[in-house]
Design a protein around this ligand. Sequence first.
Ligand code: NAP
Length: 444
Amino acid sequence: MPQEQNVPSLMVAVVGAGPSGYYAAETLAKLKAPGEIAIDILDRLPTPYGLIRAGVAPDHQSIKNVSARYEKTNALEHVRFVGNLSLGSDVTLSDLMDLYDAVILATGAGKDRMLGLQHEDLPGIYGSAQFVGWYNAHPDYKDLEPNLNVSSVAVIGNGNVALDVARVLAKTAEEMAGSDLAAHAEAPIHSSPVRDIHILGRRGPMDASFTPKELTEMTKLVNAESVIDATTLPAGDDGLSTVQIKNLKAYRQMRDSAAPDRLKPLRVHLHSYRRPVAFIGDGALDAIRVEKTRLTEGRVAGTGEMLDIPVGLAVTCIGYKSAPLEDVPYDRRHGHFSNEEGLIRPRLYCTGWARRGPTGTIGTNKPDAADVSNRILAEVTPSGKPGRTGLDALATERGLKLVTFRDWKKIEALEEERAEGDHPRAKLADIDAMLEAVDTDTAS
Ligand code: NAP
């Protein structure tokens, strides 16, 4: 006899099936007795896991293992993934507020911040959301077609995204063999004549937000030598944090391995105290103009000393902002929803990058999840909302094709089946192809 299930009373929608959405759903579900709460995790894509799929570098597969935890969340009673449902076009926020007792926006920060420089709209200049999205097979950026037939690239910013971009461009096909680099990016990257990658930091090497593991990886590239100006490094470890000491070790390794006889065909130049001031080109990017900087009381100040670095491609890795949503107050300065510790207004919450901006690691979303879950349980009273039955009825009425977790597993199975060699999967980048995979009868 099938086991009788509790009838949930509290109906919650989490918008965004990335790490912050999944941690919120898991925490909330576990704070209640099994089955007392029903949670729908909605995503505009037919695929779950957000940045784990489309942001984490394709050669960092071990980081992606965290999706096994999210998979378990899908197995919790009354928790379900609902893909291919776009807030804003398929449903409005007011629809969701009518259907659910509480709505959590876990929509991340998917838009690139701009430098605001002259000629930033020249072809050949991309934000990291676009460029990383392209090589990670995000449907929004599958047709980006960046021209990698260039010899020199600028990567702007001194965070881990800058290192990801430089590393993916610098690694050989063999080094990327176990990755899930998008098929459409393989040939352009691996046949690219790029010889110089310039990573530009506006402050010093010890001010960079690189993490030691990622920085150390730059010393181990088969075909690429990482180059640092030794005069910018401190002589000793005094006053440095543990992370800085580890980063300094990696920088020293770069400095010490830079003997001419050990030079590799590709160089990754880690520039410090250089800020971009203009892009130069007529119809296409030719160079980036950078100004030498110094720190005055911890603030970046220009010195007036300029240098033009010839580059045919530039990727800005200077952080992200959330896409604003109609009827949701937005903090323009910080690029996320205006909120007070996760609360936007009664019954409407936010978590993750949509709450605090694009900082921290995947695990940083856990405390956010705890905050927002505790708030919801303390502040929201179940009021007989229809929840998922109401959403399903609305979807039928509007002719929407919702994607279930089981449907996603079909997409995943096809991606794994298509994988060649050591690649764990060959990602589908096209939404129609994903929906076709859902409709394919795999039982036959
Ligand atoms: P980030 O760590 O905040 O780095 C952004 C960089 O852009 C900083 O160096 C910043 O310089 C620079 N920047 C900002 N505005 C600028 C401007 N106008 N001109 C020049 N430079 C400018 O951001 P991120 O690299 O995008 O990473 C986002 C988050 O994801 C971070 O928490 C990161 O650690 C995480 N992440 C982790 C991994 C991993 O663990 N493997 C991989 C990727 C991303 P200032 O410091 O001077 O402001």
